[in-house]
Write a protein that binds this ligand. Sequence first.
Ligand SMILES: [Zn+2]
Length: 137
Amino acid sequence: MAGCFLPRVLDAARVLVLDGIRVENPPFYPMLAGMGFSNLPDFSQMAAITFCDVVVSHVPFTDGLLFHELVHVEQYHQLGIPRFSELYVRGFLSGGGYDGIPLEVDAYALGRQFEGNPRQRFSVAEEVARWVREDRF
Ligand SMILES: [Zn+2]
């Protein structure tokens, strides 16, 4: 990971692999379902979830999964929690679901780049900064 992430991300990130329990959906999900949202991402079915610099996983980490979640740590760092959250929800609504969230699109694209050649070095911080600058989130 050191070839792609700054030490501040690698030093700040904390990882937790749950065993026998799963992250529950937020308490406001039933209200959203009542408003007609039927495609809300199910937290308990996600491989992992990143909360700022804490990555909680339901499965053992692979390099690809860890990379993806560390991209989110970088995004949180550059955007801050309120802006990240706002953009995540806005992306969900305008993108038509989880797959259309630009913060996810970015993380998956960078993850593909990493997994295509794990020894290639590139700056996730610069890529995320470019997306912020270009207002792509
Ligand atoms: Zn993600």
